[in-house]
Design a protein around this ligand. Structure first.
Ligand code: C2O
Ligand code: CU
Length: 431
């Protein structure tokens, strides 16, 4: 076991320059040369923020706002983000949640870089190779820094996409917002218009989204399109912490509006008037992504796996950093005494995630997208369910698979971020 320090408290030396077997440095960093197509500066500050209910509290901002600015790029563009830490005393980083960037751009303090100290800056550069809905957040003491404001949306659109897509970000700790605004946000749209609503769950627990006024389709999950055409549904969608979904809603041709609720009193209304879309009760039925949509090829053969791993989540008393307590365990062991999952580049990896810990865990793998093969022994039959943020309820077992195609050292942790500090974090490393 290498001593990596704790990724949640990455003050110490990072391992960005460590030896990664045969991987070249170019495979680990984004392009360093050439002008960026999208260039953003984000200044992190500790300051008072005003909550949606009008109260003020001490928090963190990016460019004086929380959430920070939505970063938009077109597929294929080179994105450059300059992170300046003006006054966050614990240091900050930026992690591109769900975006499979080169390892050195991943923003994990203590693993891929040192936290950026006050008065310092760090430049991230990566090609926006994949279209979809993602988000960014600090990955230094993230269980505090995300809750206190250091996050925003990252949206990459196909080069030919209409520009009418919306980003919807819901804030942490029960204070839900639409792009930072509380309550009901109206988006004018003509009768018959189709609009893509991007839902990002930045909370630490699950979030439900439901649509009233017209049926809708789930057109993308965790940044990946559902094989088309996805079926229309009126069931609610449950998003894991860190997860995203794109919902396609169509304003009735007779007029009126479609309403997307994301929690008590927080909604987006698309159509002619917000008054035309009263709140509807949350449906009991939920969309099951295991069987949603029509099947499509995966692009690799999970039956030809060259690595098989188990990630069994439990809980037991013990000591973590000398502190006694009840801690989460991985395969019975307490972090950091958890062996790294070692892969070779090109491996087809099967990962069984089993949870017998008494609580649900939204599991997040960095740098890769995994496909869900089965849940509790029931095989997936729908559109390939690609995920980077998978809710694993107590007692559940998921079988997943991914291709090891992004060399480096990555973390695979619970996105109920306090749990990551309580042991629920492992490393995936390339030999
Ligand atoms: Cu959204 Cu390791 O984080
Ligand atoms: Cu957890």
């Amino acid at each position: 076991i290498m001593d990596m320090g704790h990724p949640e408290y990455g003050g110490g030396p990072s391992h960005a320059g460590m030896h990664h077997g045969g991987a070249s440095v170019a495979a680990l960093t984004g392009p360093r040369e050439g002008p960026a197509d999208v260039s953003v500066t984000l200044v992190a500050r500790a300051e008072r923020i005003t909550l949606p209910d009008g109260r003020a509290m001490a928090g963190y901002t990016l460019n004086h706002a929380s959430p920070g600015p939505e970063i938009r790029a077109r597929q294929g563009q080179l994105v450059e983000v300059r992170l300046v830490n003006e006054s966050v005393s614990g240091g900050v980083t930026l992690h591109w949640h769900g975006y499979d960037v080169p390892n050195a751009e991943d923003g994990v303090a203590g693993v891929t870089q040192d936290a950026v100290a006050p008065g310092r800056e760090h430049v991230y550069r990566f090609v926006a190779a994949d279209a979809g809905t993602y988000w960014y957040h600090s990955h230094q003491v993230s269980h505090e820094q995300v809750r206190l404001g250091l996050f925003g949306a990252l949206v990459v659109t196909p080069a030919d996409a209409p520009a009418d897509a919306l980003a919807l970000v819901h804030t942490y700790a029960g204070r839900r917002t639409i792009g930072g605004r509380p309550g009901v946000t109206a988006v004018p749209a003509e009768p018959g218009a189709t609009v893509r609503v991007r839902v990002v769950n930045t909370d630490q627990g699950t979030m439900r989204a439901w649509v009233s006024g017209a049926p809708y389709r789930v057109v993308a999950v965790d940044g990946h399109d559902v094989a088309s055409p996805p079926p229309v549904t009126s069931a609610a969608l449950v998003l894991a912490a860190g997860g995203r979904a794109d919902l396609e809603v169509t304003v009735p041709t007779a007029g009126g509006a479609v309403r997307v609720d994301v929690g008590a009193g927080t909604a987006l209304v698309v159509g002619s008037s917000a008054a035309a879309a009263p709140a509807a009760p949350e449906p009991r039925a939920t969309v099951d992504l295991l069987s949603y949509g029509s099947p499509a090829p995966l692009g690799f053969d999970p039956a030809a796996a060259t690595r098989r791993f188990e990630y069994r989540i439990g809980r037991r008393p013990g000591f973590l950093d000398g502190r006694p307590g009840m801690w989460w365990t991985i395969n019975g062991r307490l972090y950091p005494d958890v062996p790294m999952f070692m892969v070779d580049r090109g491996d087809v990896v099967r990962m069984t995630i089993a949870n017998d810990s008494g609580e649900a865990h939204p599991m997040h793998l960095h740098g890769h997208h995994a496909v869900v093969l089965s849940r509790n022994g029931v095989a997936a039959t729908g559109s390939p369910w690609w995920t980077d943020s998978l809710e694993v309820a107590d007692g559940e077992t998921y079988e997943t698979a991914f291709v090891a195609d992004n060399p480096g050292v990555w973390v695979d942790h619970c996105h109920n971020l306090a749990h990551a500090t309580e042991g629920l974090l492992a490393h995936l490393a390339y030999t």
